[in-house]
Design a protein around this ligand. Sequence first.
Ligand code: HXC
Length: 257
Amino acid sequence: MSERSIEVVDDAGVVRLTITRPKALNALNSAVLTELEGVLTELEARDDLRAVLITGAGDKSFVAGADIAEMREKTPEEARAFASQALRTIKRLETLPVPVVALVNGFCLGGGCELALACDWAVASDNAVFGQPEVLLGVIPGFGGTQRLPRRVGPAMALDLCTTGRKIDAQEALRIGLVNRVMPQAELETYADELAQQLGGNGPQAVRAAKQAIHDGMDQDLDSALALETALFAFCFAGDEQSEGMSAFVEKRKPHF
Ligand code: HXC
């Protein structure tokens, strides 16, 4: 049995995934992608899932990209199969029904940046480095970067990054909206704990509804999307959560979700 490259830690439905390939700065090869897809299949089946936090092992790298050594010899057909596998896996991460947050703790390049882009939001340590350096290797992003990056930071900045291959630091990533927050690396773990508490403590049905409203609404015209919001808002009143949340407020106590 080969070594596992995805560490999974479950704290009452808040699942932390750590990509662990220290020899290659956590670069993603086919084996890691297959393992990640297996983990996601298990997570998709869980009704008690509340949030997913994803990071890279160590203090140097989140994910340094797709594995260049593995890609080097690929034929166009093999490259297509590899990109398709990665796209499918990353899409499954993106469409988990709960918030998925990237904790970017170092190099976040190529496929690593594309993985972070598929997360609902990203938080970076101050030593994080971002980029889509594929053109330096004679290729373009293949894990969704040419599509998700412009949707996150706008087409001009996406073109800048994807055609120059330049790397940017965490502060620039914050300025362009690639990440939501930057903090010293030593604080990332504490932040992850706080986030796990927050996301794990909120009404799980409401949290899922919020993600669904935003994700599905973004693909629709405004009126349809507003109708979706109304439907999901009403749906929140169908379970126990709304009555518990509002009763707790009126009774001046903490809700138990
Ligand atoms: C395979 C990688 C790797 C990668 C690093 N390593 N990145 N192996 N694939 N993407 C390996 C190195 O070969 C080296 O192995 C070890 O990790 C440590 O890396 P160093 O280069 O020695 O570290 P450092 O000098 O600190 O430089 C760090 C770095 C650099 C700036 C991140 O490693 C780098 O530029 N990596 C490539 C980044 C990149 O171009 N990513 C995009 C890939 S293309 P040894 O055995 O020598 O110790 C992509 C396309 C996605 O992601 C779409 C595909 C369909």
